[in-house]
Design a protein around this ligand. Sequence first.
Ligand SMILES: Cc1cc2nc3c(=O)[nH]c(=O)nc-3n(C[C@H](O)[C@H](O)[C@H](O)COP(=O)(O)OP(=O)(O)OC[C@H]3O[C@@H](n4cnc5c(N)ncnc54)[C@H](O)[C@@H]3O)c2cc1C
Length: 393
Amino acid sequence: MIAAPRVLDRRLGVIAGDPEPLRALEDRLEAFAAAFADAPVDERDEVAATRTYVARLADAELLRHVVPARWGGASPQLQTTALCLVRQWLARSSGALDSAFVMQGLGSYAVTLGGRDALRDALLPEVVAGRRICAFALTEPEAGSDVAAMRTTAIPQPGGGVRLHGEKCFISNAPCADSYVVFARERDAGDGGKPRYGAFWLPGDAPGLTVEPVHVIAPHPIGTVRFDGVEIPEAHRLGAPGDGLKLAFSTLDVFRISVGGAALGFADRALAEAIAHLQRRVQFGKPLAQQQGLRFAIAEVAADHVAAQMLVYRAAALRDQGQARPEDSALAKLQATESAQRVIDRAVQCLGGLGVTVGSPTERLYREIRALRIYEGTSEIQKLVIARALFEG
Ligand SMILES: Cc1cc2nc3c(=O)[nH]c(=O)nc-3n(C[C@H](O)[C@H](O)[C@H](O)COP(=O)(O)OP(=O)(O)OC[C@H]3O[C@@H](n4cnc5c(N)ncnc54)[C@H](O)[C@@H]3O)c2cc1C
């Protein structure tokens, strides 16, 4: 793989409270990327690749960054800066590898925040060890950006606990998940009260749970999940009744910034590929890198890209200091994902026909970046959040 620069800029001194642990983490990520390049994985079987990636990430102790220290994690609380750094490095190598990493956190964080101790003690060390593959089930066919429109319902049972009925779609890891966090409506507005939502944990082999895989444009295990009377004991409720959306949004608040980290990684790789190609490729008697038009084209997207990096690590540092506002995460995700798309598109152009050849890194990046502008809040939803802060904040 073409070397991409290190992320932590020593000239800036710090990007967060204590840079030394982050620098040590970056050393490990550099070594992990080198080992990954020596032993690539066939991603055509998305489920097998995900299992391999989760095992490798656990062996390298990188999954310690998705749960707090009490259950084997690397720091007392999840550190958003570390999450971004890990994702930026992993995404340079593979989008499916990045996804295998982050889903362990996205799919377990509501348990970290709201699970009973017995559930947390049983599940979270298994997540760090890579023995449980996690999923986060929020989106539904009629409830995408408007999550409160969800129809999946948790019906209370006489002996306690609930039964779950409904359908979730676009659920990452569904074809291989051992562990689900699911959000459901508990009481309908029709009952006279405001709708109330709950959050629940359930195992992947729960009776009544079925999965139908779907395929998206880049390797990514994903599918539709149906719940047909799935029984959930009260011990597997997360938070109190009515806490469901609060837990969902608290999870997205942390992980949305890290989507920006992944976008930075894709853009790093695209820039490195474009620069190396322009230096190598001779047309009209000299390397393309000597054509001022192409030099300016790369300089423009590089400026866009460095600005994105500043916004992502600014939002992450603010979050780690307990000072982030929703618009900080929204600015970071919007700028990083949209600018990465521009960087990658320009890299494809610089490579000419090779840029769109199936199997080339730029062709893969072109497919991998697209979903990041959609999931965990589309670009339009990020603009709504930013505009709300500007006009009503
Ligand atoms: C690869 C991938 C992985 C995913 N993984 C998961 C997962 O693990 N768990 C999970 O729960 N979900 C997951 N999702 C679902 C994802 O979060 C949703 O696709 C996303 O929230 C958008 O919902 P939607 O697709 O229904 O689009 P819609 O909400 O129908 O939106 C369609 C378009 O309308 C725009 N729009 C909507 N409302 C407004 C508005 N008020 N103003 C302006 N524009 C608006 C949107 O921005 C978008 O462009 C995943 C999706 C993808 C593609």
